[in-house]
Design a protein around this ligand. Structure first.
Ligand code: GDP
Length: 208
């Protein structure tokens, strides 16, 4: 997919304020500092598209961008501080929960995970939470330039094994580096493929 245009649309505090468009949406979410802004800028070929999401007052909102006039990129609030309250439950997400539950045009949530670390409790909890929403999702391992192929493979295997303890079918898994461009075409291709499918259709073959 070639990115011809990428325009900021709106920052929504709740599901009711989301754009009234019918375009398929793809949401990006992850822990603070996972590399979400860098990935969004890489995918959209813009230096600071995602900067708007980091401006004061917007970090806890759903930030919408219209890409090529045909699909919506949704920058979700980062988790890390607000996830996993005292009782271990994820409670950060009235905004995200409502959005995920009510948005019929949401095609996929990309859950970003820092590839440098072994499985982290907070990310595993988040994955389980996303699963519970019933929205299709894929894992995107970030910052792959930071580690060699052997470590990367080992960390991905660790995640797969951990996820396999509660789930028979693995989610689709992608990997990227905003620094060397790894994964850009795969992720855009993944989005293209999902755009072509009606919402709710089975994923078919993923990237791994
Ligand atoms: P966000 O908080 O999830 O939006 O994360 P940012 O995109 O702001 O990135 C957080 C930090 O990680 C910054 O210092 C980035 O330069 C760095 N970073 C992001 N992506 C990559 C990557 O692919 N490779 C490397 N080496 N660093 C990255």
């Amino acid at each position: 997919m070639k990115i011809k245009s990428a325009e900021y649309q709106v920052s929504a505090p709740d599901a009711a304020s989301c754009p009234a468009w019918g375009v398929p949406e793809f949401a990006f979410v992850g822990r603070s500092n996972v590399g979400k802004s860098s990935l969004i800028n890489l995918l959209t070929h813009r230096k600071d598209l995602a900067k708007v999401s980091a401006t004061p007052g917007k970090t806890r909102l759903l930030n919408f961008f219209l890409i090529n006039g045909e699909w919506g990129l949704v920058d979700m609030p980062g988790y890390g501080f607000a996830v996993g309250g005292k009782d271990g439950r994820i409670d950060f997400s009235q905004v995200i929960a409502h959005y995920a539950a009510e948005r019929a045009n949401l095609r996929c949530i990309f859950v970003l995970i820092d590839s440098r670390h072994p499985p982290q409790q907070i990310d595993l909890e988040f994955i389980r939470w996303v699963e519970g929403t019933g929205v299709p999702f894929a894992l995107v391992f970030t910052k792959t330039d930071k580690l060699g192929p052997t470590r990367l493979k080992a960390n991905l295997e660790d995640y797969k094994k951990t996820i396999a303890t509660w789930r028979s079918e693995l989610p689709d898994i992608l990997a990227c580096s905003a620094h060397d461009g790894t994964g850009k075409h795969e992720i855009l291709g993944y989005i293209s493929a999902r755009m072509a499918r009606p919402a709710g259709a089975p994923a078919g073959s993923g990237e791994g």
